[in-house]
Design a protein around this ligand. Sequence first.
Ligand SMILES: [Zn+2]
Length: 489
Amino acid sequence: MKIAIGEVMHETNTFSSVQTTVDLFKKWEWSRGDAILPNHRGVRDFLGGMIDRAEELGIEVVPTFATTASPSGTITRETYEAIKNELLAGIKAAGEVDAICLSLHGAGVVEGISDMEGDLLQVVRSEVGYDLPLIVTLDLHGNLTEKMAQEANALLGVHLYPHIDCYERGMEAIDLARQMVQEGLKTAVHVTKLPLMITTSTTNQSPAKDINAICWEWEKHPDVIDCAFFHAFPYTDIPEVGVSVVAITRGDKDLAKKIAEEVANEIWTRRNDFCPLVNTPAEGIEQALAAEEMPIVINETSDNPGGGTPGDGTYLLRAMLEAQLDNACFGCICDPEIAQIAHDAGVGATISVKLGGKVDNLHGEPIQLTAYVKSLTDGCYVTSSPMGKGMHFNLGKSVRLQSQGVDILVCSVSTQVLDEQIFLLHGIDVTSYKIVALKSSQHFRAAYEPISKQIITVDSPGLTTLQFSFFDYKNLSRPIYPLDEETEY
Ligand SMILES: [Zn+2]
């Protein structure tokens, strides 16, 4: 048995001023054919799960094309055409296969195409027809559409946020494809969409945790294959934005519909519980200092590169410098210009620079800073977080600066901080710091919950702020809650 696999991943923040091009994809991954295998075999991501499971079952995997870019602005048309051509060429080169498993995100937006995944799946179908099983794994931040459900035999969303179960979803995709091919299994997919946007909600805590529990109760039903709560991606201005539930059964359409609607009703009933408490950076620092234990993690959710922000926001860092701390570290602010200046100056030098706040005018002013260059690195490390464990990161020239009691990491490629590795790379043991500040919304929890005494989320203006009123939405399907208070469902 032969299964073709491939990946096209992008979470598009249409408010970002950074257009997503082939070059940006190439910074993360752009690989063809067999070159895909060593990048993912044994890695805890979607393709890793597909490859490992297929090899375990004696199924031949035929890698086609894989590309991923860090979340950023709208994908250019030219870039999408290149991706489509690569994927189709890979599928053609794979020859006759029994099934296709694709790892997509669900929140990709191209110039003129608001539902990239729906379009891409339609293109794949026009090449291979509708008889071939086509199984898709997705991120729970996907804005699901009817088109995706029509084109795929199954849409398997990651259930956990932090996304520590991508590998398991990849394995499930292969298992499902095998059952469809060898046992004649037929699937029924139902998507129920809600007129609702929610802010980032970890599934480690209520209410998202409770909704998952309901989904998993349904998964015990003998005719149910999967039930997933999609949180959607609200930082994008397209009509498809909205929370959804996807239920997949062993061919029973009515059951799939009933389940998806029941879970959706429960989410709707609890919609107010998804509104989090918000601290400003100064309030967060005050709370951290008042805590008796350490380390206390402060996460700057409003500038989360994992949601398409520039990663050079200065609101939290400025507040930390103003607070006159003596045992704090910050990771990491993206500023290639300053990383280069520090590398030119060398370890032991003192530099005076304007740090951060350069990509746009939404994430705070640059900080005028005099800092000591403590250590310099190439920014390369392998992640140890349960989320994506084994994945290689390359943040380019990086530096540990010291100024006013804060150890500040500056890198050349923007990324959210998933684990302790970027700190360790620069000689920082986060457990010996009172305050560990980082840029991420929820994914850092997978590595930091076990090692920190408290987590304090701070918000400010920024492209991933918890305040939806910050954005000038023009294309959403209205009414939508909570922007439109009177929304009914
Ligand atoms: Zn996600």
